[in-house]
Design a protein around this ligand. Structure first.
Ligand code: TXA
Ligand code: MG
Length: 320
């Protein structure tokens, strides 16, 4: 099987109705979608990604009104966030109804749900009578895809269709929030900044970045890895003592590193804009990973707004 890449929404809908996998564009990253209420279809997602069965999926739907088809009560603070930021890069974890199969939630009594802000994804979701389970469309543990080409490169022989909606504009996965012991918890930092969430619901509980909690593998220390080792460094000197400059790749926030050839460098945002940096991060990691080099030296970005999620991904990508 070699995936076709197209904008054919009708074809995507027809495949999904038949229980097949389709990669879909979202504003965060591309998702590997299947009928989230069909255990057999969901099993194909786990197989294609080589994803461990303890890693639960996110259900995608076209509108908050449709939540009552498959979840129980939505706690008021999570409802408030969903009203404000859906469609958008926000996922809420709520109690599921029994119609959601155990494989979708890895046996948890809760399910993660979001409404993506992408016109093609929404037109597919609006016309389906079931929600779509969709993890990021990458092999488990690797950098998430932000273009149809990224998906084709790694999963093109596992799926029949990739719906091409152009590059993902946000470029980081959704921020995941849950409600535990009367508090909003950030399960995963992502495309909606923590500060924005706190402006609506007040102070939140942040999961520890080094967590190895198997309920949230997006929080696993070594997630988002490249094949080439990534090291975090404010000074490149110690790396250049051990590697010649042409064997070193560099990922920088807003300015080039003068001691390394620019062909091996990517600057995320010349104007030091965190939104632009977020949208380019995963493609930059992939480009550097494709070079014939020994190591990638990455610089952390300012630790505010989307910068906190960017730094979280960089720390995980460098933790081996
Ligand atoms: O932006 C996104 O969220 C993308 C696009 C495609 O929507 N999806 C995505 O899915 O990033 P995935 O499968 O790569 O990450 C889902 C994360 C996992 O780390 C999983 O553990 C967590 O959501 N999760 C899912 N259900 C959960 C639950 N019931 N409780 C806690 N965490 C949950
Ligand atoms: Mg993922």
């Amino acid at each position: 099987m070699i995936a076709s890449i197209s904008q054919d929404v009708d074809e995507a809908i027809s495949l999904l109705q038949q229980g097949e996998l389709v990669a879909i564009p979202t504003e965060t990253v591309y998702g590997l979608a299947a009928n989230g209420l069909d255990a057999t279809a969901v099993a194909k997602i786990f197989a294609a990604k080589a994803r461990p069965s303890f890693d639960p999926l996110i259900l995608h739907t076209s509108h908050a009104d449709r939540l009552s088809d498959f979840v129980l009560d939505v706690p008021a603070p999570l409802r408030l966030l969903a009203e404000q930021y859906w469609p958008g890069p926000l996922t809420i974890v709520v109690e599921k109804q029994s119609i959601v199969p155990d494989i979708t939630t890895s046996g948890l009594p809760t399910v993660a749900v979001r409404v993506p802000a992408h016109p093609l994804a929404l037109s597919v979701l609006e016309r389906l009578d079931f929600p779509l389970a969709a993890p990021s469309a990458n092999p488990f543990g690797y950098v998430s895809p932000t273009t149809a080409r990224h998906v084709a490169d790694q999963l093109g022989d596992q799926i029949s269709m990739i719906l091409d909606g152009g590059p993902s504009t946000v470029g980081l996965e959704s921020t995941i929030v849950s409600w535990q012991e009367d508090k909003v918890h950030i399960v995963r930092k992502g495309g909606l900044p923590v500060e924005t969430i706190e402006s609506i619901v007040g102070p939140v509980i942040l999961a520890d970045h080094s967590s190895s909690n198997p309920l949230a593998p997006g929080m696993l220390a070594s997630h988002y890895a490249t094949r080439t080792r990534i090291v975090l460094s404010t000074s490149i000197d110690s790396v250049l003592e051990r590697h010649p400059p042409d064997r070193v790749g560099v990922l920088r926030f807003s300015a080039y590193e003068p001691t390394v050839p620019t062909a091996h460098q990517i600057v995320l945002s010349r104007s030091a804009d965190l939104t632009e940096a977020a949208s380019r991060l995963f493609a930059a990691m992939r480009s550097l990973d494709a070079l014939d080099i020994d190591v990638i030296v990455a610089e952390l970005v300012p630790d505010r707004g989307l910068g906190r999620a960017i730094n979280d991904k960089l720390r995980r990508a460098s933790a081996l």
